[in-house]
Design a protein around this ligand. Structure first.
Ligand SMILES: *Cc1c(COP(=O)(O)O)cnc(C)c1O
Length: 251
């Protein structure tokens, strides 16, 4: 077994264990594991794929485009599902929408971006009725430098996506949250906040809770996030190993 396969096995076991600790209101789903492969080479992705992993996340446009079009990945990972989880600039939309096997954009955080994606999608979709899956990214930690829409705007923004972006399929809410939160201080407030946002929009927009996903939890807190109802955890270093630091301007 490769090291990546062994790591994946461990993460999956922990996901199952955490899932069994959830309150029964969550028993209708098993959380999805998105393997975040940023900065890691194609071979690592293929290793994980061959160990059964299907969902992968990238947060830099150029890197996603390169990997999704990599000949070995195209040949060996035919059923790969790509999640874009990074900040998306309008001028890069076409690059992302053009990749093979795009599954979801988890990081839609403004009406402008949603409108542009909605307008662009018909040029890329494989069939007339296919809608682009999107999540609304929320800045739950309300830090200036973080991406995501403001908590106070989640309702109006989600309503906008549902009512005005007919080529998009609203699938849920995503947060990154504050780094280094100490779980000894109780439930992570970012996760609690995201869940509260879901409760609000479900109530106000008459949406079914089970149809609104929560993408939250990374390597250091995915089990905790699952216990709080995460449907989609984004795990990088626990699967692929630590990353080397990248220059901030990379994209
Ligand atoms: C890098 C990244 C992750 C994964 O981080 P790890 O701590 O390595 O698990 C998850 N979500 C987003 C948006 C990321 O950029």
């Amino acid at each position: 077994m490769t090291e990546i396969a062994a790591n994946l096995k461990l993460v999956r076991e922990r996901i199952i264990a955490a899932s069994s600790k959830r309150s029964s209101e969550y028993s209708y789903f098993e959380p999805r594991l998105v393997a975040v492969s940023k900065t890691k080479p194609a071979e690592s992705i293929i290793d994980a794929y061959e160990a059964g992993q299907r969902n992968f996340g990238e947060n830099y446009v150029n890197e996603l485009v390169e990997k999704a079009n990599h000949p070995d990945i195209l040949a060996k990972c035919k059923d790969i599902h790509w999640h874009f989880i990074g900040h998306l600039q309008k001028n890069k939309i076409n690059k992302v929408l053009g990749i093979p096997n795009l599954y979801m954009i988890e990081s839609v955080d403004s009406e402008k971006l949603a409108t542009s994606l909605n307008n662009a999608w018909p040029k890329f979709r494989m069939s007339e009725d296919s809608r682009l899956k999107v999540m609304v990214q929320v800045n739950t930690s309300q830090e200036e430098e973080k991406n995501g829409c403001d908590v106070k705007d989640v309702l109006s923004f989600t309503k906008y996506v549902i009512e005005n972006c007919k080529n998009l399929e609203f699938t849920g809410l995503m947060t990154i949250g504050m780094f280094g939160y100490d779980l000894n201080n109780g439930p992570n407030p970012d996760f609690v906040c995201l869940k509260q946002c879901r409760d609000d929009i479900c109530k106000q927009l008459a949406l079914n809770h089970e149809k609104v996903e929560l993408s939250m939890g990374m390597s250091n807190d995915y089990e905790h996030a699952i216990e709080l109802g995460s449907t989609n955890v984004r795990v990088g270093s626990a699967i692929f190993g630590e990353r080397a630091k990248k220059p901030a301007s990379h994209n």
